[in-house]
Ligand binder design. Structure first.
Ligand SMILES: Nc1ncnc2c1ncn2[C@@H]1O[C@H](COP(=O)(O)OP(=O)(O)OP(=O)(O)O)[C@@H](O)[C@H]1O
Length: 232
């Protein structure tokens, strides 16, 4: 689904040059649950940013299905993001003056083939929160709403950058369970960036990064259920 070929991204400041990504070669398959692990500064966010076109590559090629993303103009890339990608961040970014349904509607409105919001709310056990405002919900519930918001427009890939970074173990596992269920039920490709090695046990594929390079790719023959992973 996504192929990266010799992708390098450098940042220049004065005379020095930082390699945020160095000669990355990677494939991500349709419907895969992928976890990207690595210490701070290893290039995880840069990887997400270049795949989603939020940042350009210095050299190399990225393709999505048969389309070469690194050839697209900025406008075409915005359209690509709108049609194909969903994002979930550590911060929930919900609009405080809109209720749960309305927040999710913002997500579904930008999709060309959106999913039914009430059906999604039911699926994730949030049907009773439909008319509540974000400040009436716990952090875990707000993150579940933000996941539904990103899913509602029916993207092919959901990028999650430290989705459980603000939550305790119990709530984190609920969020991860939800991502795992969506991966199975809707066959969405899910890419999770994290520092948490436990989350890697849930993945089909684990990509370890260090200093802008992929140091190891692990294919899990057996995946753990979110509730059973070792936290930490
Ligand atoms: N806009 C930028 N300008 C200059 N250097 C940058 C920029 N963005 C990232 N870098 C550098 O590129 C390298 C990779 O950064 P990146 O943010 O991708 O790491 P990360 O693994 O996501 O880290 P974290 O887990 O802390 O978010 C780092 O050395 C960082 O300082």
């Amino acid at each position: 689904m996504i192929t990266m070929t010799n992708v390098t991204k450098t940042y220049k400041s004065g005379d020095s040059e930082t390699y945020a990504l160095k000669e990355i070669n990677l494939t991500i398959g349709e419907g895969e649950f992928v976890v990207i692990l690595g210490p701070s500064g290893s290039g995880k966010s840069t990887l997400l940013n270049v795949i989603s076109g939020l940042d350009t590559v210095t050299s190399g090629k990225i393709t999505f299905r048969d389309e070469e993303l690194t050839d697209l103009s900025e406008d075409e890339m915005t359209e690509f993001r709108r049609r194909h990608l969903g994002f979930i961040f550590q911060q929930y970014n919900l609009l405080q003056n809109l209720n749960v349904y309305e927040n999710i509607q913002i997500g579904s409105d930008i999709g060309t083939n959106p999913l039914d919001i009430d059906e999604l709310l039911q699926k994730v056990g949030l049907e009773n929160a439909r008319n509540k405002y974000p400040n009436q919900l716990s952090g875990g519930e707000q993150q579940r709403v933000s996941i539904v918001r990103s899913l509602a427009k029916n993207p092919d890939i959901i990028f999650c950058d430290e989705p459980t970074g603000s939550l305790d173990e119990q709530n984190s596992k609920k969020i991860l369970q939800m991502l795992q269920d969506l991966n199975v039920a809707y066959k969405k490709t899910i890419i999770v960036i994290t520092h948490n090695t436990g989350i890697a046990e849930m993945a089909d594929k684990v990509i370890k990064m260090n200093s802008g390079q992929i140091t190891e790719v692990i294919i899990n023959k057996v995946k753990k259920n979110a509730q059973d992973i070792v936290w930490g």
